[in-house]
Design a protein around this ligand. Structure first.
Ligand code: UDP
Length: 186
């Protein structure tokens, strides 16, 4: 009997090729495990940021967007009313989790969420970045993209139990390091 997880994907929406490709990827990995007796582990990563994050119109992730806007005193563009939530993990915490999965036998065959479980609204994120960057930017509201998830926060109990892992960097600490990197490299 298989347990079903990740059941809220919409198969024919505008973001579906992205959502469904992730699900297909997991199915392929399981097929390899069953068919070829391969040792597999599946990591589900969640919103991650830190120094060297890709930035530009082709990427458009919220953390680098807001940092760039804040450092240039441009308007911080919130999509929707900013009440949608995300949790942001610092890249070093994420990589440490991935390495633990690689080196932990109990992770064999498992699907493991790696992310932060501290949830923020996008409006809170905008205010925090504005303050940390000492910015005079205004916060403005733009239309919410279709199918933009209203909530996202991973359950990380399995990672805590199997890997004895959890993120240790606070959002503010991670953002400070990311802002410093932007100032130096942008
Ligand atoms: N977002 C925003 N302003 C931006 C970029 C993104 O308000 O300039 C919102 C976006 O609509 C979403 C959230 O921030 O609700 C996270 O977006 P991102 O693209 O970083 O990640 P994902 O949607 O994949 O979680």
């Amino acid at each position: 009997m298989f347990k079903v997880s990740y059941k809220n994907a919409y198969p024919v929406g505008p973001r579906s090729c992205y959502d469904e490709s992730k699900r297909a990827g997991e199915a392929f990995i399981k097929a390899y495990e069953l068919q070829h007796k391969m040792r597999t582990k599946i990591v589900r990563i969640f919103n991650t940021s830190g120094p060297r994050i890709r930035y530009g119109p082709a990427f458009g992730r919220v953390v680098p967007n807001f940092i760039y806007q804040a450092l240039h005193d441009e308007d911080l563009t919130i999509f929707g009313d900013g009440s949608q939530t995300r949790s942001f993990i610092y890249v070093i915490d994420e990589i440490e989790g991935i390495l633990k999965i690689v080196h932990t036998d109990e992770a064999n065959g498992e699907v493991i969420n790696l992310g932060s479980n501290k949830e923020y609204t996008i409006l809170e994120l905008a205010r925090i970045i504005k303050e940390l960057a000492n910015s005079n930017s205004k916060i403005v509201f733009k239309p919410l993209p279709i199918d933009d998830p209203l909530y996202r926060c991973p359950v990380i109990t399995k990672a805590k139990k199997i890997l004895n892992w959890e993120p240790t960097t606070t959002l503010e600490e991670g953002l400070e390091k990311t802002i410093a990197w932007f100032k130096e490299h942008e």
